[in-house]
Design a protein around this ligand. Structure first.
Ligand code: ZN
Ligand code: ZN
Length: 357
């Protein structure tokens, strides 16, 4: 089944006089192949249209040969939707609650009188959970770009090197390794700075022997990768405490990876990794979830966290991260993150660059 057919099978419950409007960028690209950054999809049981403006016209023709193209000419998206709605006798319009602003919603209510607007959650995101082979190949390629860039970059980690410059150099190496770009600004955070899980690389010089958290992802064919390593700056030896914490996080990572298989509940992967950290007495120092799905977006479903609803399972074909960490405020942080394809025939770790202190 094509992606559109799977979506239609899912949408049957909205009724035959219903259409779905897709405005989230990743969902739009997933369904239509359109890479432009403005446009709306309109999908009914019969019809599939992309509404976009003159800037993207040639691109839309090339990228979406099977889609009916509707060109905005001095109209709003709401007016174009109203036209399609009237043409096709549509009475219910499903829209992505998470992607439509309240302002847009009020506009559509005015422009689409007599049509019922139905907020929907995660319809296309659910389809995206299971990756097709070519999607896995793109993610694997993005992970390989990170591996190559990381290996070339690692010798620059030395006393006196500035985090912000190291992050810029890592981005540069990613581009040279074939990536389209990064999937998020790389984190290079040494010493106490590494205790902030989402630190921004700063004008801070690394000190001999301190630990540096390096979190980096590339983008290839629109798909993301995500990997974290914690390395020691050469020079004076890291403290016993730093070594102990690294060993605990490494063990938590292995525990999370060990339970990762098709059908496992997201929260059970979190529990496996978290259990190791709690048993070592650092439970209060691991404040984020253990992992997340990765695809067209660097953070997508399924969640692997204690907050993940019990019904959420990791389907065969998912690509997820496992990334436990321990953060001691004012002192140091350690996080290790692997990117894993959970295949029906077994799991494959997509990130290869060496783990080690
Ligand atoms: Zn990451
Ligand atoms: Zn991550």
């Amino acid at each position: 089944m094509t992606r559109l057919e799977r979506l239609r099978a899912d949408l049957g419950r909205l009724g035959t006089d219903a259409a779905l409007v897709v405005s989230a960028e990743a969902n739009r690209r997933y369904l239509s192949g359109f890479r432009g950054d403005a446009g709306i999809l309109w999908v009914t049981s019969q019809d599939a249209a992309l509404i976009t403006d003159a800037r993207f016209w040639d691109q839309a023709e090339q990228e979406c040969p099977d889609w009916r193209l509707v060109r905005l000419e001095g109209q709003t998206y709401g007016q174009a939707l109203a036209q399609l709605t009237a043409e096709r006798g549509i009475r219910v319009l499903g829209f992505e609650a998470a992607a439509v602003t309240y302002q847009t919603y009020l506009g559509w209510r005015r422009e689409l009188r007599g049509v019922r607007l139905r907020p929907l959650g995660g319809v296309v995101e659910r389809l995206r959970l299971v990756k097709e082979p070519e999607e896995v190949a793109a993610i694997r390629g993005a992970a390989q770009a990170v591996d190559q860039a990381f290996r070339r970059w690692l010798p620059l980690v030395r006393p006196g090197a500035v985090e912000r410059e190291l992050a810029a150099e890592l981005e540069h190496q990613l581009r040279l390794a074939g990536a389209e770009g990064t999937s998020f600004p790389p984190i290079v955070a040494g010493g106490a700075h590494g205790a902030q899980p989402h630190a921004v690389a700063a004008d801070r010089a690394l000190e001999a022997g301190e630990l540096v958290v390096v979190d980096v992802g590339a983008r290839l064919d629109g798909y993301c990768s995500d990997m974290t390593r914690t390395v020691a700056v050469p020079g004076a030896p890291s403290t016993d405490e730093a070594r102990r914490i690294f060993a605990v996080v490494h063990q938590a990572l292995r525990a999370g990876l060990a339970v990762l298989r098709p059908g496992v509940r997201g929260r059970d992967v979190d529990a496996a990794a978290r259990g190791v950290i709690e048993a070592a007495g650092y439970g209060a120092c691991f404040g984020h979830g253990t992992g997340h799905g990765v695809g067209l977006e660097v953070h997508e479903g399924p969640g692997l966290s204690w907050r993940t609803p019990p019904g959420v399972r990791v389907p065969a074909g998912a690509v997820v991260t496992v990334e436990p960490g321990i953060y001691l405020p004012g002192r140091l942080g350690v996080r290790l993150e692997e990117l894993v394809h959970v295949g029906a025939a077994g799991t494959e770790i997509l990130s290869r660059a060496g783990l080690g202190l």
